[in-house]
Write a protein that binds this ligand. Sequence first.
Ligand code: SF4
Length: 408
Amino acid sequence: MAYAGARLSVACFKSVGIDAEVTPASDARTLELGGLHTSGEECFPHKVTVGDFLKICQTPGFKPERTAFLMPTAHGPCRFGQYSPYLRRLMESLGYGDVLVLSPTSEDGYSGFGDAARELVPSMWLAVVGGDILQRLLLKTRPYETRAGDADAVFEEGIEAFSRVLSKPGLKRGQRVLALVEEVRKVRDRFRSVPARYEKGRPLIGLVGEIFCRLHTFSNEDTARQIERLGGECWLSDISEWIWYTNWYSDKYMARTRGRLNTRYLSMKLKVAFQRRYEQMLLAPLAEDLRGYEEPHDIREVLEAAKPYLPAEGCIGEMVLSCGKTIYLHKKGADGILDISPFTCMNGIICEAVYPALSAAHDDIPIRVCYFDGVNTNIDRDLEIFLDLARAYQKRKRYPRVYPAYFR
Ligand code: SF4
């Protein structure tokens, strides 16, 4: 769903000898095929992923028996849990029953990855953090570049460089982390060298919402780029946030159902400790560059903020993160919040009900939900109006933004 994260995950698969590729970029054909093989009641991300997989099935020389599609899954009330059984059934009904639909889950220790899981799971975490880092550097540089395309080019170079490290077979885990830290330093310097005019005052717009839609630029009509064209800058909620949230949830759930003294619980705690350590190592070279753009130290900060509106103990899903992050970003000096969600997404609908009270309690910060369903909308006009609201709020906001030192 996130371009950089997907490319880096592919590199991780290659490191353990699995031939992997990112699904081809989504386009009109994606929607056409997705539309033909869904009823219209499913969520938009499902239509997009089905369409992308079917494009592969229709490629000349496609071999179902040599193909596996990775479609993660989850438990809970959300429709996401239905995506992979539906995809399996669809493959069978279209005569591609030999295609393996792979849905690894932490519930069974990622046994779906087979023997490769031991190496794959930790390096996938590096791919998540690495992809998030590249995305953050891109979004903080691109609005200020003086020559269009420079920041995007460095972003691509960064993906290539990180992929080389992540795809190398046989590297010990520690060596891989150190090699990646070195690449983070290099890409940081490359972003620093992008000719740019760093002037204060652009409205900072927080992008929260449903994880697929907010990260998949095709699905959200590249909202971030459109906001930049209109003079704004974006702070996009990343994938790591979701992983920290699921870690928090697993911790609570396992402790409650199985107690704290068992090997699964302890190994989960150990995994989380390593994840934290690796993330800190990768972020260390960026302390100055990400000044003012710090993500919460602990996901509990976000959940605590959301508590008066959607308490995390009783309310499960992205809606909690979207509300909590909105409050966090309000304190970081954001000038407006856009919730990007698929049309009919239950997370988006619940948030939309909560946002008026949340905004009223937080200086009336502008918050808007943008729903996407693949049908061309006039989002330009809506964003223009939203940016005007954000500019008006900017003049009276209580919490100023903190900028990196190189801003004038
Ligand atoms: S989060 Fe929303 S869009 Fe995604 S599967 Fe759940 S209901 Fe559908």
